[in-house]
Design a protein around this ligand. Structure first.
Ligand code: PMP
Length: 378
């Protein structure tokens, strides 16, 4: 239950276990083409979609590489560790970076963003939809609405810990570039990056002419994504199949239903954790549906708690930065169900008892079930 890689469903694993075939095999070309069409349609862009062998970080570089050139100005909105990563990527590329950062657990307001873009002209702006270090969700729809008034600024959204769990419609929301990785809310093993580039982003790419990056260049990939029988760089055949199965599962559930499920589970799990005496790092109103930063009550040792919890069957991640030792991070995204979360809470209860905490057995699970009932879908 770490915040990615998240659990991989059996049918997705099966796709990775298939015999690998040539990427030019008509069966694979058909499968890849179908996957790309589904991704474009589900996330609603009239632009392009790219699926490449990469982790999320390469997708970050890809977004920057195709929308800026040396000397350009970029505004980075940071709600934690992964927002800050953009600063480093941009500086290495010779971009001038301004940062709007919040205290961990809080979010930068759209008003602050408006003041910044009004004051200076930026060629691009980055927002981490959900920062995995803090569990803070950015108000992406409102940011998109604001940035419609600044079409010369390419809006880049990092959806690594959000896409397929938090609502995102590329063109409708005014997002120019959205990207994610396979290992989070898609519930596939790590290894693929998915990037959506709306019409504004593709127009910017055209303006840039030849760019220094080779593998990252949208222009190299456009012909392949339109006709996957062509070659630029070898696709990760089995991961593409695995992603296709993930998208089939997503379509079977329905994206809207998937967003609702994630929101409902997130509320429930937090109710359960709070009933057991834990706190949540992200403030109410900016809490993500995909993970929680869970603050320890007094008297619990992080290393001991996580070691015992792992013995009880649940692996969680430690806190980052100043929160190392003070909290754990619990992923609740992808293809999981309420039975998984009941088991997680029960394991946490057993762990608390083994750590010598006096809790009422079942109180976390009850709070979870009550919250689910209260937020039942109509
Ligand atoms: N952005 C966010 C929000 C992330 O959570 C991560 C990884 N956890 C990344 C970017 C980087 O992705 P990767 O580790 O796949 O390179």
């Amino acid at each position: 239950m770490i915040p990615g890689p998240s659990p991989v469903a059996r049918s997705i694993q099966d796709q990775m276990g298939r015999e690998t075939i040539a990427f030019g095999d008509p069966d694979f070309v058909r499968d890849f083409k179908g996957l790309l069409a589904d991704l474009r349609q589900l996330w609603k862009t009239g632009g392009e979609v790219f699926v490449v062998a990469a982790s999320g970080t390469l997708a970050m570089e890809m977004a920057i590489a195709n929308s800026t050139k040396r000397g350009n100005r970029v505004l980075v909105v940071s709600h934690g560790y992964f927002g800050d990563r953009f600063v480093e990527i941009c500086r290495r590329k010779g971009l001038e970076v301004d940062v709007l950062a919040s205290e961990w657990g809080k979010a930068v307001s759209v008003r602050e963003m408006e003041a910044a873009v009004r004051k200076k002209k930026y060629q691009a702006m980055t927002v981490t939809h959900v920062d995995t270090s803090t569990g803070v969700v950015a108000p992406l729809a409102d940011i998109g609405t604001l940035m419609r008034e600044y079409p010369e600024t390419i809006l880049i959204a990092d959806g690594v810990c959000a896409t397929a769990a938090e609502p995102e419609q590329v063109d409708e929301m005014g997002i120019d570039v959205l990207f994610t990785g396979s290992q989070k809310a898609f519930g596939v093993s790590p290894g693929l990056a998915m990037v959506w580039a709306g019409p504004g982003a593709m127009a910017r790419r055209k303006e840039l002419g030849v760019i220094p990056e080779y593998y990252c260049d949208f222009d190299q990939w456009v012909p392949i994504m339109r006709d996957p029988s062509k070659y630029f760089a070898t696709p990760a055949v089995n991961l593409v199949w695995a992603l296709k199965e993930s998208v089939r599962i997503i379509m079977e559930e329905g994206l809207e239903a998937r967003y609702t499920r994630h929101a409902r589970f997130a509320k429930g799990i937090r109710a359960g954790l709070e009933a057991l005496g834990f706190g949540i790092l992200a403030e109410p109103g900016v809490q993500a549906s995909t993970l929680s930063g869970v603050l320890y009550p007094a008297g619990l040792d992080d290393a001991e708690f996580r070691r015992i919890l792992a013995e009880e069957g649940v692996q969680v991640a430690g806190g980052l930065g100043a929160y190392a030792g003070r909290m754990f991070r619990l992923g609740h995204m992808g293809n999981i169900d309420q039975h998984d979360l009941v088991s997680v809470l029960a394991a946490i209860e057993r762990t608390l008892l083994r750590c010598g905490k006096k809790i009422k057995i079942g109180s976390g699970v009850s709070a979870f079930m009550e919250s689910l009932a209260k937020h039942a879908p109509m």
